[in-house]
Design a protein around this ligand. Structure first.
Ligand code: ATP
Length: 226
């Protein structure tokens, strides 16, 4: 990847990637780790959501999704399975999760990662302007999605808020960083479809798509078979 920023004063920021993680895959962890290298983050919170209000229920249970996130974290000590939303036991909107993190990590900036697919619909999120008061957005490239697809309102926000200066992300909130992490053409939907059709992933593809220990868990618990 080649974002051009060259120092890392944002190292102390709290980095968060929320998702259904049904299952967690390399499209989640690889860009997050590349950004941790770039920004110098020491911890990335991977937070499985309780049940996304805007989407159908996850296929795997909360327990299985969290177990897979924990297993994925074994790959790198900076990855941290954050069960806040699951422990809370109620659907939690991003804005509320970020309010909680602001309280817990007072004095630190929040860097909220989201894929380009999510970013282009960001203006439909609950209290999206408030989210920008609480956190910086770190947008991960995702094949098939382009910033040009964002609505005009978001384009305007982007032109005002976009930054590539690390220092901007070490304090305050509301800056937007369009990351140039290695694009990962992986989706949980595709993975589930592959597993349902064949119940096994091709040996060579598996480690590219998801952590082997996550795959072993899926196999052991017969997840995504239909
Ligand atoms: P599904 O295919 O079921 O929609 P998903 O693969 O998008 O799932 P989620 O758990 O919904 O996975 O995604 C969590 C976050 O990670 C979202 O912000 C999403 O945009 C981002 N993300 C997921 N996969 C990728 C990817 N391959 N590249 C970049 N960002 C991704």
């Amino acid at each position: 990847m080649s974002n051009s920023t060259s120092a890392s004063p944002a190292a102390g920021a709290v980095a968060l990637l929320g998702g259904t993680f049904d299952p967690i895959h390399r499209g989640h962890t690889q860009p997050a780790l590349e950004l941790a290298d770039l920004f110098g983050w020491s911890r990335i919170h991977l937070q499985p959501c309780f049940a996304p209000p805007h989407r159908p229920a996850p296929h795997a249970s909360d327990e299985h999704r969290l177990a897979m996130v924990k297993l994925a974290c074994a790959d790198d000590s900076r990855l941290f399975a954050d069960d806040f939303e699951l422990r809370r036991g109620a659907p939690t909107r991003t804005v509320h999760t970020l309010m909680h993190l602001t309280q817990v990590h007072q004095g630190k900036s929040l860097c909220f990662m989201l894929g380009m697919d999510s970013f282009i619909s960001f203006t439909s999120w609950l209290n999206w302007t408030e989210i920008l008061d609480l956190a910086h957005l770190i947008v991960l490239p995702r094949p098939g999605y382009d910033v040009a697809q964002a609505p005009r309102e978001l384009q305007q926000q982007l032109s005002q808020r976009r930054s590539e200066e690390f220092a901007d992300f070490s304090q305050g909130a509301g800056r937007i960083f369009l990351a140039r992490t290695t694009p990962q053409d992986i989706s949980a939907t595709q993975l589930r479809a592959q597993l349902a059709a064949r119940s096994q992933l091709p040996q060579a593809e598996c480690p590219e798509l998801l952590a082997p220990q996550v795959y072993a868990y899926i196999q052991a618990h017969h997840l995504y078979r239909e």
